[in-house]
Design a protein around this ligand. Sequence first.
Ligand code: MLT
Length: 411
Amino acid sequence: MVTINENYLKLKAGYLFPEIARRVSTFAAAHPDADLIKLGIGDVTEPLPEACRTAMIKAVDDMGDRATFHGYGPEQGYAWLREKIAQQDFQARGCDITADEIFISDGSKCDCGNILDIFGHDNTIAVTDPVYPVYVDTNVMAGHTGDASEDGKYEGLVYLPISAENNFTAEIPKQKVDLIYLCFPNNPTGATATRAHLESWVAYAQEHGSLILFDAAYEAFITDPTMPHSIYEVPGARDCAIEFRSFSKNAGFTGTRCAFTVMPKTLKVKASDGSAVDLHRLWNRRQATKFNGVSYIIQRGAEAVYSEAGQSQIQALIRFYLENARIIREQLSAAGITTYGGVNAPYVWVKTPHGLSSWDFFDKLLHTCNVVGTPGSGFGAAGEGYLRISAFNSRENVEQAMTRITANFQG
Ligand code: MLT
């Protein structure tokens, strides 16, 4: 008899975004004339930067000539891309990260899930509440949790509440945890971490022998010069943190797929016999076995992000989306609705008006305004009473959505 991974049966309903898509398509089927504006999933809308497109077109031509054709690439990514990342994203910020510590991949969502392959099943795992659901669901799939309770919390995980009271940054836990997921700028709340906050996490990890899984997919949206972009800006982090980065949100690669994980060679964990094991070696082994790399064409496109033209084009994209976020924040605030985030992040975390539940507000927005958001409760129990609005859309759609919302809802 075929058996299954029964951990999947513990998962609550659908993954959040497909569940939203299901509700939206049911609505759209019943209301075919509705002019829907989607500010739910954080998917970019603006075209790929010209520098990236030009590089990709040139790479397609390379593939058409035997002399410049590329078959399988290195599973870790091409050296020319890894070097640019190491220099411009890390060394230029004073982070001691080298090219051979960068692993190119097809997405940081994928890497955040895949990373669990190299860890054991007995780790104590901490996540914030609310949290990007991938961290939780992949641990459920891997059998690292018990069942979910009524409010959607899984037995065995340590939940660190984040709220307006703690500026959406978790208190450092009193107990020892082994793996800690942190995401800054934060998805879903749009909060950012000060250097001091990251320093306290690194100090905690050093004291307890813990490992930080640092998701920095939105770092490009940081405009405040005092905020760290990478955990490796904190001394000591290369001994206790793995960082996930992406080209999805800064360069519009959500459909093109390119990201990377930074796995410092100094990360060591003890095996059950007490011997020190190098995580870089395990991750390299995992990738070389289960992954064949990102296509040459796409990596050439990602490389162009680091050219002078690429840098100025991605800065323009980021300014564009941050301006959308400003419009969302200011218009909702003017209507008396409380918002958080959206300053150094593309997400605005909105307190639902009149104490509506997250899904009730979601449904009302969909039916009354034909606007799609993401219910805060989908990110965890502590997200109840909030809705996330994404700034990834055209200016016209964002303005139109705000006009509709503020005409129908006042705080
Ligand atoms: C989101 O909306 O939270 C993002 O699209 C998630 C992701 O990038 O996977």
